[in-house]
Design a protein around this ligand. Structure first.
Ligand code: SF4
Length: 229
């Protein structure tokens, strides 16, 4: 399929899923960008309820993020034990916060406001342990409200089944491909909507196993319709 045809298809998918899930989708939280970074790192491969509980535990235990950096790693690990891989996430979060402070000079990401999306993403992804999904989440979900497109596993699966990305394209590289299919002048809300509706579709209809193609609004334009068990 040509690039133009893929862009048209991406727009049609957006329009139909918006009609089903109701755009604009309300933002689910309004954390400052550094707090969103911590929240996003906790959420990797973890249910929202569990990562939310871990985030609140950190917030309640430490007066600020500097205190988390200075804490014993075992203590941080204990506070976030409800997430997947707490033994990896605790030292990673501390190291990433240290890197933010060392690179920027202070423990904040508020300076990313006013920086272009590409520049902001590059800055964040230069920190070891911060990938495209985390950087996009920080820019989109936080109070920065920038037009960066996150791609989670549901979003990725649905996009792959619909043929927007090839079968061998991993989640990381899919970020740039899927963003490029959307209009460059879309604002943060529309980009956020696009992520949310594809994610919601993966959660509610296009399941990992036995997708409900019989009640999918995209079945007539999906090359995988009725082919996945
Ligand atoms: S038709 Fe089936 S495989 Fe295609 S997007 Fe819909 S639920 Fe997923």
């Amino acid at each position: 399929m040509s690039e133009t045809a893929l862009k048209e298809k991406a727009l049609l998918i957006h329009k139909r899923l918006c009609a089903v899930y109701g755009c604009p989708i309300p933002y689910f939280q309004d954390l400052d960008p550094l707090s969103e970074l911590v929240s996003s790192l906790l959420s990797h491969r973890t249910k929202n309820a569990d990562s939310g509980r871990a985030f609140r535990a950190l917030r309640e235990h430490y007066p600020d993020w500097q205190a988390l950096i200075d804490a014993q790693t075992e203590e941080v690990e204990g506070l976030i034990k409800g997430v997947r891989w707490p033994e990896l996430k605790a030292p990673r979060i501390q190291a990433i916060l240290r890197a933010v402070k060392a690179t920027h000079g202070s423990l904040t990401l508020n300076f990313l406001e006013g920086v272009g999306v590409d520049e902001a993403r590059n800055w964040l992804e230069a920190i070891p342990g911060v990938g495209p999904k985390t950087s996009a989440a920080v820019l989109s979900f936080s109070t920065l409200r920038m037009p960066a497109l996150p791609v989670d596993s549901h979003h990725h699966r649905v996009a792959q089944r619909l043929g927007l990305i090839g079968p061998k394209v991993d989640v990381g590289p899919s970020h740039a491909i899927l963003r490029a299919q959307l209009p460059s002048d879309w604002d943060a809300q529309k980009i956020y909507d696009n992520h949310e509706i594809l994610m919601l579709h993966g959660q509610k209809v296009c399941f990992f196993r036995k997708p409900a193609c019989h009640r999918c609004t995209l079945a007539d334009i999906c090359p995988s319709a009725f082919k996945v068990n």
